[in-house]
Design a protein around this ligand. Structure first.
Ligand code: FNR
Length: 391
């Protein structure tokens, strides 16, 4: 394998290394996967208008997110089940055979002895890069295990489960463990139809549990054993979730709340009224409602709706430093990456995540220099033109 030179290359390596069921779970989107593809494609409909003859010998990419200084506006989105992303590369053919065969239980028993703690690897890589990691509420490492990896700025992503006691306990644990904000995911009242998951029916293997919810009463779902992921979400997340629950959440925590999954100006205005601290423009990486627009196309509308009163972030399809620049030019205060983290974890563990963050940092810095921008505040709407701009 030659040197990896861009983030996209990790997807092909992960596909080769991972059992099909796990790769499909990470890679796929909902139904026709139109939104999944559009999240990438839409970036290619934005071109640069670089400025020249500006001294760009010093580039400052630092920024502040909810009062926390970070080294660059590139952060890590929550992705559940990261431990599934690391089969032992050396023995992958036999692992693959076992995964697709009947002997899942034995496979996973053996596998547990070689698997490393993945969310913790991500936390360490984020901290080394001086940026923020968002821990999923469905991780395979616990809040406390991630906190114990050392210092770092971490956000906790929350699905609101039907049992509000479960939610309160999670929030309290995150607060105690030093997490700095909640990313409240609001686009999953029900799980999107991901057809490869319907075919493969991924389950949590024996011994691998959803660490943050084990021990809590999740009703009839046995998360430690045969947990069809779809049934876990369908059975436990609360489809009655509404704006009043945002108020309730504010009443039980002093952590600022980012609302993740906003795609319209109307909802951005309500977020502002709700007193939440910020917005993440997200379509869940194309995994929920198919045929919603790409996040980069929805971004400007949401930014207008937010009226500068709360910061607006974006995730979905960001794979290049140029994508980061385009998002900032359209008004984002920063971006989050999802799949590049799981694919690089599957390929090279913590070193892979570090490399992804470094490559995006380098590309983004280069884009700033070649566009004539020395700091994030110098990136403007005039530095880009989109296909959807009026002629
Ligand atoms: C996700 N995403 C997600 N979001 C969330 O709020 N909670 C979660 O537990 C998960 N889990 C998850 C697992 C996997 C495998 C993927 C690919 C995604 C969505 C994620 O936070 C983010 O919105 C998208 O991944 C961003 O798009 P890209 O960067 O993957 O294109």
């Amino acid at each position: 394998m030659g040197e990896i030179t861009n983030v996209n290359e990790y997807q092909a390596i992960a596909k080769e290394k991972l059992p099909k069921m796990a790769y499909d779970y990470y890679a796929s989107g909902a139904e026709d996967q139109w939104t999944l593809a559009e999240n990438r494609n839409a970036f290619s409909r934005i071109l640069f208008r670089p400025r020249i003859l500006i001294d760009v010998s010093k580039i400052d990419m630092t920024t502040t997110v909810l009062g926390f200084k970070i080294s660059m506006p590139i952060m890590i989105a929550p992705t559940g089940l990261q431990k599934m992303a690391h089969p032992d590369g050396k023995q992958r053919s036999s692992h693959k055979a076992l995964w697709t065969g009947r002997n899942m239980h034995d496979y996973w028993k053996g596998f547990q002895s070689v698997v490393k703690i993945r969310e913790c690897a991500t936390a360490r890589a984020a901290s080394a890069a001086g940026t923020i990691m968002t821990l999923s509420s469905g991780p395979t490492c616990s809040i406390e295990e991630v906190a114990s990896t050392g210092p770092g700025i971490r956000f906790f992503q929350l699905y609101v489960y039907k049992d509000r006691n479960v939610v309160s306990q999670l929030v309290r644990r995150a607060e105690r463990a030093g997490f700095k904000a909640i990313a409240l995911t609001v686009d999953t009242p029900r799980l999107g139809r991901r057809e490869s998951d319907i075919k493969n029916r991924p389950v949590l293997p024996p011994g691998l549990t959803l660490k943050n919810v084990e021990g809590l009463d999740l009703g009839k779902i046995d998360v430690a054993n045969d947990s069809g992921l779809a049934s876990l979400v369908a059975g436990q997340t609360d489809s009655t979730l509404s704006w009043k629950d945002v108020k309730w959440l504010q009443s039980i925590t002093s952590m600022p709340i980012l609302v993740k999954g906003v795609l319209t100006a109307e909802d951005a205005r309500i977020v502002v009224q709700s007193g939440a601290a910020g917005i993440i423009v997200s379509n869940h990486g194309g995994r929920q409602l198919d045929y919603v627009p790409s996040t980069i196309m929805a971004l400007e509308e949401v930014v207008k709706g937010a009226q500068g009163r709360v910061p607006v972030f974006l995730d979905g399809g960001v794979r290049r430093g140029t994508d980061v620049f385009k998002a900032l030019a359209l008004g984002a205060a920063g971006i989050f990456i999802g799949r590049p983290v799981v694919f690089s974890l599957a390929s090279e563990g913590e070193a892979g995540v570090r490399k992804v963050l470094q490559m995006l940092r380098d590309e983004f810095e280069l884009t700033m220099a070649l566009s004539g921008c020395r700091s994030l505040s110098e990136i403007t709407r005039n530095h880009i033109v989109t296909e959807w701009d009026a002629p």
